[in-house]
Design a protein around this ligand. Structure first.
Ligand code: SF4
Ligand code: MG
Length: 332
């Protein structure tokens, strides 16, 4: 039930006075060891904020985060530093995330120093070389600066830097969105290989469903700070249930122009994502939903399993409330 609300400027001194951006508004999910969970939604839906909150890089307003059975929501000081080592982040913009005045050697090696993982200059260099090799960079590049590298290589540097701390969980925040399509697959494959080799667990944030299809075991779709659907990848792509997931899927371009013109579903989602300052009442998707009913305007749907491992938050899958708007009938 994770919530991350940011007070609006001007309300900082009087937080009780109201206005806040409800970036993440009651999100629950689990991440299994060794899996890749995709976190998908349009920009502003709260996916990056969810990732940052899990890493404890942004204050949590309410709810709890547990790692291996331990509540990590309020960790501070030394225990927070230990946690930071276990969980790392790979950023969307590989250039912005790298200090332009630092050599690759020091960019990748910084976490080794921060967490005291090697002692001595020689061991430090050897470890950086090992990391560079692991991500497919030539050790001879260690003395160069970020601007001397292509986008794909820069992302490899970012990955090596994340791996330096020997993490168990990595939040990948749109790690390929800023890259050329031809490079995207290379980076995705690298992340897959590293996961296998090192037993990593990924939370993989992306804004479209096409990218995550080949890397994720499960996919969770977010809309306006809420999880609207979660399922195994294959199940989600073949049997999407939430109208928003269906719209996202139908928006994936078909690479064959004839098939594209035969497309049956209108790929557009009407309107824009409403403001998370004043989210709509009831189902947050109702102003854009083609199936919206009276109930949808007033009653917020809950995330419920429709089949094993497939959960959706939509009144269409709750026959009782759809037939009798606003009347809740206890199920047997
Ligand atoms: Fe559409 Fe209603 Fe389902 Fe929301 S609850 S997605 S508005 S049908
Ligand atoms: Mg983002």
């Amino acid at each position: 039930n994770l919530k991350v609300h940011f007070p609006l400027p001007g309300t900082l001194l009087k937080p009780k006075s109201g206005g806040s951006v409800k970036a993440v508004d009651g999100v629950s999910f689990h991440l299994n060891r060794g899996e890749t969970l995709g976190l998908v939604g349009e920009s502003g839906c709260g996916k990056s904020t969810t990732g940052m909150a899990v890493l404890r890089m942004t204050p949590v307003t309410a709810g709890e985060i547990h790692l291996e059975g331990n509540n990590i929501t309020d960790l501070k000081g030394r225990s927070l530093r230990t946690l930071r080592r276990k969980m790392q982040m790979i950023y969307q913009d590989p250039f912005g995330a790298l200090d332009p005045r630092m050599r690759v050697l020091d960019i990748i090696g910084e976490p080794l120093k921060v967490h005291n993982l090697v002692s001595g200059r020689k061991a430090y260099r050897a470890e950086v070389m090992r990391l560079m090799e692991l991500v497919g960079l030539l050790p001879g590049m260690a003395e160069r600066y970020p601007h001397e590298f292509s986008g794909g290589q820069r992302q490899r540097i970012g990955i090596a830097r994340a791996l330096a701390a020997r993490p168990e969980v990595i939040i990948c925040d749109e790690p390929v969105s800023a890259l050329d399509v031809s490079i995207q697959a290379q980076i995705i494959n690298l992340l897959k290989d590293l996961q296998e080799e090192l037993g990593l667990t990924y939370l993989f944030v992306a804004h479209d469903l096409a990218v995550v299809r080949h890397i994720c075991d499960r996919v969770m779709v977010m809309y306006l700070g809420h999880v609207v659907e979660v399922a195994d990848s294959e199940e989600l792509y073949t049997n999407p249930q939430h109208p928003y997931t269906q719209a996202l899927l139908s928006a994936i371009p078909i690479p064959d122009p004839r098939a594209e013109s035969r497309r049956e579903v209108d790929p557009s989602i009407e309107g824009e994502v409403p403001s998370p300052v004043n989210p709509p009442s009831g189902c947050p998707f109702h102003p854009r939903c083609k199936h919206a009913m009276e109930t949808c305007r007033t009653v917020a749907p809950e995330l419920k399993d429709t089949t094993q491992g497939h959960a959706v938050s939509c009144h269409l899958y709750e026959p009782t409330s759809a037939a009798m708007p606003q009347i809740r009938v206890a199920s047997m």
